[in-house]
Design a protein around this ligand. Structure first.
Ligand code: TYD
Ligand code: ZN
Length: 415
């Protein structure tokens, strides 16, 4: 990227380096999904084009435009939420990595995109040595205060070499929901190759493009998520970089994700049958066909029409609606469906950093959950739908008092 360029159009596929795209969806200019704003009388926000195309050669789904990562990630408001589902998931990640790949108890784990260090703490609890890497200086500082050594940089071959010089080779390099955020993924592969011991494993967790298409979870499309990946695309990518996908685990987190394990191409780990099974599943789902992406675009257009109509109908009946959660993905839904202050009175969210601010684009205020005690709405639009079970479970009082939830995805329904 040029020095002063803040957004650029994607021309060459970051996986296969070809240039044969199918345009899938285009949402026009949208503000950044994690750019929560302090309350003010007027707002001066930047909008960036948001859209997705699919590479006909390797079927990477990529954003059409890339925003300078320094704008997105240097001062980052996304903090791993304090959720039971996530805490359980983090422990699970520790267990699968250690058991399947025979990690020595004092082995080194390097996590990039380590956020506030919670995942690394779960590794530290088992005795493993940990180093975090995260360019968000505000978050790296939080992790450091909790005793998790964190390098405040983007993960790269250079950062990897410097960690290796200080700590030795890593048994595990982990990137949860960060690989799909990176434009220069070749640099991540190079960093992993540099840092991993011969038996070392790179584990990346990414939203699964198959789930995106099957659930029409188009709200996971925002400027931070540059790539929407299948196992097939990742197999192609790592092969090109001297690495090999050896195992995959399908997960429910973030609306459907995959944890993909990658070893050196000449490393000791055999390729497990699940890899071929998922390649077949993807073929059967038509992930290689233009028609599949055309169908996805039609489903998105339907939600874009139906959801605002549903909410406006309720408002016309005098119902009050608030957003449950203020996730980044909620901002895609609202901005892309034209839903704003006319429909939503406020959102509640447990994240300190978001409370007291307003949502980007729509300027809906974000309040702490306690606010809803005095101002309970008739309906909650479940913007954090990926935690539906957990949230509906703990909001029994709201439901007992007659409150209802609206699920926006895979199609708008009142629960
Ligand atoms: P998440 O799904 O992690 O994020 P994103 O779309 O930003 O990647 O975000 C969930 C948001 O919902 C987060 O801001 C915390 C909030 N939340 C609540 O307010 N209450 C809850 O009970 C849960 C589970 C989440
Ligand atoms: Zn490609």
């Amino acid at each position: 990227m040029e020095k002063h360029e803040t957004v650029r159009q994607v021309v060459t596929c970051r996986v296969c380096e070809r240039d044969d795209w199918q345009d899938v969806v285009s949402f026009g200019p949208v503000p950044l999904a994690n750019q929560f704003l302090p309350q003010a009388d007027s707002y001066d926000e930047r909008f960036y084009p948001l859209g997705v195309r699919s590479c006909r050669s390797c079927r990477l789904m990529s954003l059409t435009h890339v925003v300078d990562p320094k704008i997105l990630f240097r001062d980052y408001l996304y903090v791993t939420p304090d959720s039971e589902m996530i805490t359980r998931h983090m422990r699970y990640v520790v267990d699968v990595c250690r058991e399947r790949f025979e990690m020595p108890h004092d082995g080194l784990v390097v996590e990039f995109g380590s956020n506030t260090g919670r995942q690394l703490m779960a590794f530290r609890d088992t005795g493993m040595r940990t180093v975090g890497v995260d360019p968000a200086r505000n978050l790296a500082a939080v992790a450091m205060a909790d005793g998790i050594e964190t390098v405040p940089e983007f993960f790269s071959a250079e950062a990897a070499a410097s960690i290796k010089a200080d700590h030795g080779p890593a048994r595990l390099v982990l990137g949860r929901h960060v690989f799909a955020h990176a434009d220069d993924i070749a640099e991540i592969a190079a960093g992993a190759r540099e840092l991993l011991s011969p038996q070392g494993v790179l584990a990346i967790e990414v939203p699964y493009a198959l789930d995106l298409l099957e659930k029409t979870s188009f709200d996971t499309i925002y400027h931070e998520h540059l790539s929407y990946l299948t196992v097939g695309t990742l197999v192609t990518f790592f092969e090109r970089h001297g690495l090999r996908v050896v195992d995959v685990e399908r997960l429910a987190v973030h609306g459907g994700s995959i944890l993909v394990f990658v070893g050196h191409a000449d490393g000791p780990w055999p390729v497990r049958p699940i890899v071929d099974e998922l390649l077949e599943t993807e073929q059967r789902a038509g992930m290689h066909l233009d028609a599949t992406y055309e169908g996805f675009a039609r489903n998105v257009a339907e939600i874009q029409a139906e959801l605002p109509a549903l909410l406006r109908g309720l408002v016309a009946q005098g119902k009050r609606i608030a957003g449950y959660g203020a996730p980044a993905k909620g901002n895609t839904i609202l901005n892309v469906c034209g839903i704003g202050l006319d429909e939503l009175e406020f959102c509640i969210d447990t994240t300190d950093l978001k409370q007291g601010k307003v949502l980007p684009g729509t300027h809906v205020p974000v309040h702490p959950p306690e606010y809803a005690k005095e101002h309970a709405p008739d309906f909650y639009l479940l913007l954090a739908w990926n935690y539906a079970e957990e949230i509906i479970g703990k909001e029994s009082a709201f439901r007992d008092a007659g409150g209802r939830f609206i699920l926006p995805i895979p199609e708008p329904v009142i629960l």
